[in-house]
Design a binder for this molecule. Structure first.
Ligand code: TRP
Length: 329
């Protein structure tokens, strides 16, 4: 069985954008692959170092979010990045193989630096792609399921693996070159029409939202702003709610657009239909969430067991790469 590794920074609860972009895919992949899920709390520190308590709380949020959508503890290895010493060690060894300029020119680093308003980057933030290469390679992952924003990091990890093998492999591939497995779902826009659903943007539906919260959020979503009265003809092309119907109500999507164009359906009714669909999707998640919320010890054990297994694999990797690098006595 090939191994996949993917995961999330633990900087807050996950939302529908995460579900559409990656979680949904993970649930499918867990059947076909040996699935490793990283809880990237160290990477979370690179931007949230002033709020470590938030990162700590988010570990449980992110684990339960993952389990609630249908990832099965028996199918996956879910582990905490800070618990895996091999990741920290590999990061140091890899840091010699990456130029500062390559990191400075990494498009995702650039975008995120702008987003966070950094003009003087910390060493840790600039270097997190190196640490991410360690996340991926410590367990010899074959594939990394990600959205397109992560492609520069996978490319960086591949370069590091090639460089390492070229320098120290003596003809052998000690570090596996990982491949990206690109999610083909388009990005879910925010409820306010912003191109991205995001926590900091205040435009997200969380997987942990109640049905009432979902109803209220969808009720307030931005539609075609030129459509004032229900009798005005609408333009679904510029309506957030129509974009959501396309994703969460595929079978009725075309019909609803047509009705909107002819003013046969008003925004209130259209939003109600969507809220029903979204709640229908989330209902089984809520059930699983309730179970895990009531069994926190089990959640803790899932993280412990996953981290223990990841450490065993990581320690073997470290032994092998140290031998290859002649860092031993
Ligand atoms: N950088 C990823 C994100 O922001 C999270 C992450 C950390 C990750 N380590 C990883 C993703 C390893 C894939 C593989 O979403």
């Amino acid at each position: 069985m090939e191994r996949i590794l993917t995961g999330d920074r633990t900087t807050g609860k996950l939302h529908l954008g995460h579900y559409v972009g990656s979680l949904q895919n993970r649930v499918k992949l867990q059947q076909e692959y040996d699935t490793f899920i990283i809880l990237a709390d160290v990477q979370a520190l690179t931007t949230h170092f002033e709020h470590p308590e938030l990162i700590n709380q988010s570990i449980y949020d992110v684990v339960i979010d993952n389990l609630s959508v249908g990832l099965e503890p028996d199918n996956i290895t879910m582990f905490l990045q800070s618990e895996i010493s091999a990741i920290a060690e590999l990061t140091v060894f890899y840091s010699m193989l990456v130029s500062v300029n390559a990191l400075r020119h990494n498009p995702t680093i650039k975008t995120e630096a702008k987003q966070y308003g950094y003009d003087d980057l910390s060493y840790g933030f600039l270097g997190y792609p190196v640490s991410q290469a360690a996340d991926i390679t410590f367990c010899n992952a074959d594939l990394v399921p990600v959205g397109d924003d992560q492609l520069p990091h996978i490319e960086q990890a591949r370069k590091i693996a090639r460089r390492f093998n070229g320098l120290y492999g003596n003809g052998r591939k000690i570090i596996k070159e990982p491949k990206a497995l690109l999610s083909n779902n388009p990005r879910l826009i925010g409820l306010d029409g912003n191109s991205k659903m995001g926590k900091s943007l205040g435009n997200a539906i969380y997987l942990s939202d109640t049905a009432e919260e979902v109803n209220a959020k969808i009720k307030a979503a931005i539609t075609d702003t030129n459509r004032i009265k229900a009798t005005d003809k609408g333009n679904p092309e510029i309506c957030t709610v129509s974009k959501y119907h396309e994703v969460f109500n595929e079978s009725e999507y075309k019909n609803i657009c047509e009705m909107c164009r002819r003013a046969n359906i008003g925004c209130v009714a259209c939003k109600k239909l969507l809220a029903e669909k979204v709640n229908c999707l989330i209902a089984p998640f809520r059930e699983r969430r309730a179970y895990y919320e009531n069994h926190k010890a089990e959640v803790r054990e899932i993280i412990h067991a996953g981290s223990k297994k990841a450490n065993e694999i990581g320690n073997e990797t470290i032994e092998e790469i140290k031998k290859a690098m002649s860092i031993n006595i």
